[in-house]
Structures are given as C-alpha cells and as structure tokens.
Design a protein around this ligand. Structure first.
Ligand code: KG4
Ligand code: ZN
Length: 372
C-alpha cells in the first residue's frame, strides 16, 4: 500500500540521532530517536566530537528502523527532509550528508529544514493530528538545551500549500534555559540532564525561599539572559557551606548509578529543595513574562511552547493558567515531540514540499542558520 506524501525526516543537530516517517504532514508512521545522553552524562553536557562519532554509528540503523516500523520500503518515500542547522556542525553534517545521498540515490526531492522551524511544526503536527488546527499568527517560545528564542509564526497560501514565515522577537544573549537547568543540576550534583530531575524535585521546595532577580534587558526587552541566575546559584552554594556535604553525598550516589528522583530527594535537605524550587520559579516566570509581553507588539492568536524545557510541569501549568486568564490558546507538543525528534523535521519538510521548496546537492550544514 502506498500512502501519499510520505516524508522521511532526518535529525542530527545535537545529541539525538533521529529518523521518522510522517504521512501527509501529520500522521506519524514511525519516530525513532537514539539518544546519546548516557554518553554525555559524565561530562555534564554534550561533547561535540563524541556526538558526531555517535551519529555516524547510529544514522544507518536509525533510518532503517524508521522505514521498517513504518512498514514501507525506502522506495515508497516521496521526499527526504533533513535538518540543515542550527546545531553542532559535525553532528549536522552526518544527517545532511546521509540525507543528500539517500535523496539522490532514490531520485526523490531533498528538503532542507531549519531545526527551530521543526520545533514549531512539532506543535502544528500534533494539533493537526488531533483535529485542532491552531489559529495563526502565533508567538512561539522555543526553549531547549541549545536554544531560547521567541518568534512570530505566520502562514500564507503558496502554490499547493502554505508558506510559513518566521520573525525573531527575542532570544537569549548567553545560556539557553535548558543549559541553565543542566548547569545548576551539575553544581547541585543532581545528574544529567538537569531539567527532568529539577522538575521532579521542585514541588517539594519553597519557590519563594531564595530570591533571584529577573535581569532587566537593555535594548530588546524580549531578550533573555540565564547566565546571571546560574552564577547566583553558585554564590548561594558558596555562602551556605552546609550544602557541600550533601552535594558530595549525591555525587557519590550518582557515581554508584543511583539517579532516581526519589533517591536524590532522600539525599536532599529542605535548603536544597528550596533552592531547586526557587531556581525553577525564576526561570519559568522569566519565560512566561517575556512570552506574554510579546503579545503586545505581535498580533498573535495562539501561543506555542516547544523544545525540551517545554516538558516542564510548572512551566506548562503556569502558561496554561496565564493563557486562560488572557483568553488565548496555548499549545504544547507531547513530551515525545517536545524534545528533539525527526517527526517534526518531516512535518516541516512536508510544508516545504507543498510550497515547492527544494534543496540540491550543494546543500551544506550551517551551525548558525538563522530562523528569520
Ligand atoms: O530539545 P532538547 O531535547 O535538546 C536540545 O537541547 O535541543 O532539550 C534538552 C534540554 C535539556 O537542557 C534538559 O535539561 C531540558 O531540555 N529538559 C527540561 C525538562 N526535560 C528536559 N527542562 C526542564 N524541565 C523538564 N521537564
Ligand atoms: Zn531542539
């Protein structure tokens, strides 16, 4: 059986090797993600050389699995969509090169996708799959370990489909929000990645216990900065020496492979749980205030939140409450589509296919590819 518009998506921008087959822009037939977090865990962050080597090992089996799980053959694919950037150049090159080879050998169109645009389409894909097409224009907050960016999303009819356009509203000037989570978790010996564990521990602490100031941005008021809060957490630990003993105890527990949230919570005092809760409250309220403030200059009819940090429970709750209060709809992808995956690349690729966009064999990876 041949379904129309089968897009094979390939994603390798950071530490996930991913391939997916999506039919008609919204029906996920397979979505395979090989995560490297075990490999990077002991370094507390992604090591680019190790990431490229692992992508090289994984790309062929991951694509094969995506094809098998979709119960199709490579010949059934109508187009190959691949992440061109932004991301780690060595990591991107593996996906771009493999995507080019596949598209050429199959004689099928090659489509270049911006990774950030993929995060926007993760939202559109799922909303569409559940019959809930969001109203555009939208303001989209993309918030992950590598990015924190606020952008406007519009769509206009073009040839056989819609042409999506993006405008940058604000972005982080230093660390991404997920990076701040990972660095704070590292300082507190809570393991890697830091977001999911801080998310689990924060409800046990008092979010008002430690005050972190929201940095005032000169210039663009929609920009973010997360390096200050990271330094403030470090100073707080230095001023409260008693925290060191439990940090050491957790470090040893992690070294023994005890990474469960319950175990780490048992090894955390109220002071640590308060610190985790206060850190999270500060990050979430900064993300929330900038996003909702952006509704003033940008005429949005919906808010999208996407990227790894969009999985955060407090963030989801806070955005939902504020959106309800303001009478605007907010859309989050499911947790599986919030983090890096290739279904979102295939969905973005489908929009390009309909709009007539094609890449050719000169396509190259671009580490700093801008969204707009
Ligand atoms: O989108 P993603 O898988 O990869 C990129 O960085 O592009 O996002 C990973 C990031 C990590 O920094 C991780 O700590 C953070 O997302 N993260 C979370 C949660 N789950 C993952 N941050 C806060 N709360 C979470 N539940
Ligand atoms: Zn991402």
């Amino acid at each position: 059986m041949h379904r129309k518009n089968l897009i094979l998506g390939i994603e390798s921008s950071c530490d996930e090797t991913a391939a997916a087959v999506v039919a008609g822009g919204h029906e996920i037939l397979s979505n395979i993600v090989a995560s490297q977090s075990e490999i990077h865990r002991k370094y507390g962050g992604v090591v680019p050389e190790l990431a490229s080597r692992e992508h090289l090992r994984q790309i062929v089996p991951v694509v094969r699995e995506a094809i098998e799980q979709a119960q199709i053959t490579l010949g059934d694919v109508d187009a190959v969509a691949v992440t061109q950037g932004p991301g780690l150049v060595g990591a991107l090159l593996i996906g771009v090169t493999y995507g080019k080879v596949l598209a050429t050998s199959l004689g099928k169109p090659l489509i270049a996708v911006n990774h950030l645009e993929g995060h926007v389409h993760a939202v559109l894909l799922e909303a569409r799959a559940s019959g809930r097409e969001p109203q555009l224009p939208a303001v989209c907050l993309i918030v992950s370990g590598g990015h924190t960016i606020l952008c406007g999303v519009r769509a206009e009819p073009a040839s056989g489909g819609m042409h999506f356009s993006y405008s940058k509203i604000g972005a982080t000037r230093d660390d991404a929000a997920g990076e701040a989570y990972d660095k704070v978790a590292r300082m507190l010996a809570l393991g890697y990645p830091g977001g999911p564990i801080i998310d689990r521990l924060a409800p046990y602490g008092n979010p008002q216990a430690v005050r972190f100031s929201d940095p005032k941005m000169t210039g663009n008021p929609y920009d973010f900065s997360f390096s200050g809060i990271k330094t403030a957490v470090l100073h707080h630990i230095r001023r409260n020496r008693e925290l060191e003993t439990e940090i050491e105890a957790r470090r040893q527990a992690l070294a023994r492979g005890e990474r469960g949230a319950d175990r780490l919570r048992a090894l955390s005092s109220a002071a640590t749980l308060d610190l985790a809760a206060s850190f999270q409250r500060s990050v979430v309220s900064t993300l929330l205030s900038r996003t909702f403030a952006a509704l003033a200059p940008y005429p949005a009819r919906a808010i999208f939140v996407s990227g790894g940090v969009a999985a955060n429970s407090e963030l989801r709750g806070a955005f939902q409450t504020e959106a309800t209060r303001r009478g605007i709809e907010v859309f989050f992808p499911s947790r599986a589509l919030s983090t890096d995956n290739a279904a979102m690349i295939a969905a973005a690729g489908y929009a390009h296919l309909l709009a007539g966009d094609r890449a050719d064999s000169t396509l190259n990876a671009e580490a700093n590819l801008p969204l707009a």
